[in-house]
Design a protein around this ligand. Structure first.
Ligand code: AMP
Ligand code: ZN
Length: 466
C-alpha cells in the first residue's frame, strides 16, 4: 500500500507501527450546521482510505471527533464562536444545536455508505483530557498566560510549521497588525480561553486556569492520543487544515510527547464550484438533502466523488452529477441482470482475479480511484460468465461502496394483476376439464380488461391489446 504523505510531499510505502494494524484519526465535523457536499467529499476520501487499508489486509482502528465545543469562524483564534452564533440565530441552546447537527451528519454518512469510525468522540466529553494535556505542556514550559488565556508558545519548540513548510522569518516580519495583543508570537495559539470575547458563553468548564473553554486545536490532540496513543499511523483531514489546525496539533502533541506523533499525514483536496472552494457561505448551500430533493440518490454523489483523485480538486456541477447518475444507473442495471443469471462464484476464474488484482493495485497506489473505476468498467463490459463477473464486482464494491450487493435481481415485468392471472389459471383449468364455454367466457372477460390470452408451449401468457 502506498500513500501520499503531506509531511514528506511524497507518495510513500505504508509501513504500520504495529504489524497488520493501521490506526487513523480524522478531524470530524463542527456541528453547528449541516455538512455541505464539500465536507462530505473529505469524509468519502477517508472512507476510501479506511476500506482500502482493510482490503490491503490491515485491521483498521478509525477515530473521529465531533467538534461540539464551538470553534471560532477563523482558524487563528479569531472570528465568532460558530456554535454560539448558530444558537443565537436559531433561538436554540448550543447543546440542542450540537445534538441535532450530529444526527444530521451521521444520517448523511449512512446515506453515502461511509463506514462509521470505530470510535466517535465528542469534544465536550473530553474536557478533562484536554486540561491534562495543557497541564503537561505547562509543565514542559510550552505555555504562558496572558490576558486570562493560556497560549502555546511556538518559540518553545524548534520545528513549528514543518508540515506546512512555513517560513517563520517571513511570518515574523509580516506579522499582522490586528493580531491578538496578548500573543508573544503572532502564530501562538490559545489552549484555554477564560477571557471570552463573547458575553454569556454557554459552554464553560472549570480548569486550573479559571472557568472557560478549550481552544480548537487541543481537542484533536487530546482525543487522538487518548484512543490511539502518542504515536499512531495516519492523520487525515481536508487540505485547509494543513497551515493552522494540523500545524498546531503537531506542535502541541510533539511538545507534549517529545517525539514524532503521526507517521502519515493525508489530506483531501477541495470540492470546488465556479466561484472556487465549496463552502457554507459561497453560493447555494449545497447539502446532501438538497441533492436528494432534486432527485439524486446519495450514491450518485459518492460515485461522482470516486471519479476524481482525492488529491485533485473536483469541480461540482449538476451536469457532472447527471453523468455520474447515468453511469451508476447503468451499473445497477447491469448488476441486476447478472444477478438474475447467476450467484457470485465462490472461486472466481483466473480472468476475474486478474481484474480484481488490477483494481486493488490501483487503489493501493495512493487511492487511484479513477484508475480503479476504469478496471471496474472494463470488467462490466468484458465477456465472462456471470458468476465470475459478479464475484469480481462484489470484490471491487467492498471498496467502492456503491451497495451493489443490495441490487435486486432483474425480473421480467409481468403484465396484468393477480386477479387477471387468477382468471388465466381458471381458464386453463376449464380447458383441461373441456369446459370450452367457460374458457371462452374468461377469454372475453380478459379482452374487456385489455388483454389478449395467448397459448404458448410454456402455458398461457397475457399480452396488451393494441
Ligand atoms: P468543518 O466542519 O468546517 O471543520 O469541515 C469538515 C471537513 O471538511 C474538514 O476536514 C475540511 O477540511 C473539509 N472541507 C471543508 N471545505 C471543503 C471543500 N470545499 N471540499 C472538500 N473538503 C472540505
Ligand atoms: Zn482536528
Amino acid at each position: 500500500m502506498r500513500i501520499y504523505n503531506t509531511m514528506s510531499r511524497k507518495v510513500e510505502e505504508f509501513v504500520p507501527i504495529a504489524e497488520g494494524h493501521a490506526s487513523m484519526y480524522c478531524c470530524g465535523p463542527t456541528v453547528y450546521n449541516y455538512a455541505h457536499i464539500g465536507n462530505l467529499r473529505t469524509y468519502i476520501f477517508e472512507d476510501l482510505l479506511h476500506r482500502t487499508l482493510e482490503r490491503a489486509g490491515y485491521k483498521v482502528k478509525h477515530v473521529m471527533n465531533i467538534t461540539d465545543v464551538g470553534h471560532l469562524t477563523g482558524d487563528g483564534d479569531d472570528g465568532e464562536d460558530k456554535m454560539e452564533k448558530s444558537a443565537r440565530e436559531t433561538g436554540r441552546s448550543v447543546w440542542d444545536i450540537a445534538a441535532f447537527y450530529t444526527d444530521a451528519f451521521f444520517s448523511d454518512e449512512k446515506d453515502l455508505n461511509i463506514i462509521r469510525p470505530d470510535i466517535v468522540c465528542r469534544a465536550t466529553d473530553h474536557i478533562q483530557d484536554m486540561i491534562d494535556l495543557i497541564r503537561k505542556l505547562e509543565e514542559g514550559g510550552h505555555t504562558y498566560t496572558s490576558g486570562g488565556n493560556v497560549y502555546f508558545s511556538i518559540d518553545s519548540i524548534d520545528d513549528y510549521g514543518k508540515l506546512a513548510k512555513l517560513n517563520l522569518d517571513e511570518l515574523r516580519s509580516g506579522a499582522r497588525i490586528d493580531v491578538d495583543s496578548n500573543k508573544r508570537n503572532p502564530k501562538d495559539f490559545v489552549l484555554w480561553f477564560t477571557n471570552s470575547k463573547f458575553k454569556d458563553q454557554a459552554m464553560m468548564w472549570d480548569s486550573p486556569w479559571g472557568r472557560g473553554y478549550p481552544g480548537w486545536h487541543i481537542e484533536c490532540s487530546a482525543m487522538s492520543m487518548k484512543y490511539l496513543g502518542d504515536h499512531f499511523d495516519i492523520h487525515c483531514g481536508g487540505i485547509d487544515a494543513i497551515p493552522v489546525h494540523h500545524t498546531n496539533e503537531i506542535a502541541q502533541s510533539e511538545a507534549a510527547c517529545g517525539h514524532v506523533w503521526v507517521n502519515y499525514w493525508c489530506h483531501g483536496e477541495f470540492l470546488v464550484n465556479d466561484k472556487g472552494k465549496m463552502s457554507k457561505s459561497s453560493g447555494e448551500f449545497l447539502t446532501l438533502s438538497v441533492l436528494k430533493e432534486k432527485g439524486y440518490d446519495p450514491l450518485d454523489y459518492r460515485y461522482f466523488c470516486l471519479s476524481g483523485h482525492y488529491r485533485s480538486q473536483l469541480k461540482f456541477s449538476y451536469e457532472a452529477l447527471d453523468h455520474a447518475r447515468a453511469a451508476r444507473k447503468a451499473i445497477v442495471e447491469k448488476v441486476s441482470l447478472l444477478k438474475a443469471e447467476a450467484a457470485p462464484a465462490a472461486e472466481p476464474s483466473a480472468e476475474a482475479r486478474g481484474y480484481m488484482d488490477a483494481f486493488d493495485e490501483a487503489m493501493e497506489n495512493d487511492l487511484s480511484a479513477p484508475q480503479a473505476l476504469s478496471q471496474f468498467h472494463m470488467l462490466l463490459k468484458c465477456d465472462m460468465p456471470a458468476a465470475d463477473k459478479l464475484a469480481a464486482i462484489y470484490h471491487m464494491d467492498a471498496v467502492l461502496g456503491l451497495r451493489l450487493d443490495e441490487v435486486e435481481p432483474h425480473k421480467e415485468e409481468r403484465i396484468g394483476s393477480d386477479e387477471d392471472w387468477k382468471l388465466v389459471e381458471e381458464r386453463a383449468a376449464a380447458k383441461k376439464a373441456r369446459d370450452f364455454a367457460r374458457a371462452d367466457e374468461i377469454r372475453q372477460i380478459l379482452m374487456e380488461r385489455g388483454f389478449i390470452v395467448k397459448d404458448t408451449p410454456q402455458g398461457a401468457i397475457l399480452e396488451k391489446k393494441m
